[in-house]
Design a protein around this ligand. Structure first.
Ligand code: T46
Length: 141
């Protein structure tokens, strides 16, 4: 699966809007870490990696940005995140790049694991080798 869009419930009234997210109800994992990306420039591209284990939900809680997804097996996708009630669920083994950040964009990320640099594959060719080897293993099972 190359990223899945999640629609969150907005609790709104005359005072404004509120979104509440709960482990295993609104997304399929338990959060161990939260981080957010802000003060980005529109011409900057970030990411350029995949994770071996980490699951994440990306939510652009202010402004907008785009995410390029690539499973290394020929499938790619571009996702626009421009609403605080939309999340992108990202499992392991997906190469991702974030770009086209609007002014004042804030990209909030819920992550299933603590930060671990060993979980990153930051070299695209190594990513291709990794996913193709895994796909081959699955076919041989
Ligand atoms: C991802 C995308 C969506 C930490 O010390 N702790 C953390 O939890 C994180 C996420 C980062 N860092 C340090 C590591 C680097 O020195 O913060 C610096 C910037 O991280 P990075 O270059 O990995 O940032 P992005 O925007 O390329 O990627 C981030 C996440 O790292 C990554 O897991 O999936 O956002």
């Amino acid at each position: 699966m190359l990223g899945k869009m999640l629609q969150f419930t907005i609790h709104g009234d005359a005072r404004g809007s509120l979104i509440a997210l709960e482990n295993l109800k609104d997304f399929p994992f338990e959060v161990s870490r939260v981080y957010y990306i802000f003060d980005t420039l529109s011409n900057v591209r970030r990411g350029f990696h995949a994770h071996k284990k980490l699951k994440q939900v990306l939510i652009c809680v202010n402004g907008s940005c785009k995410i390029h997804l690539d499973n290394g097996l020929g499938e790619t996708k571009e996702v626009l995140l421009d609403r605080p009630d939309i999340g992108l669920f990202l499992g392991a083994d997906v190469w991702h790049e974030m770009y086209d950040f609007s002014d004042h964009a804030v990209l909030l990320v819920l992550a299933s694991e603590y930060y671990d640099e060993k979980d990153y594959i930051r070299d695209y060719n190594k990513f291709l080798e990794y996913v193709r080897e895994k796909a081959g293993d699955t076919q041989n099972e």
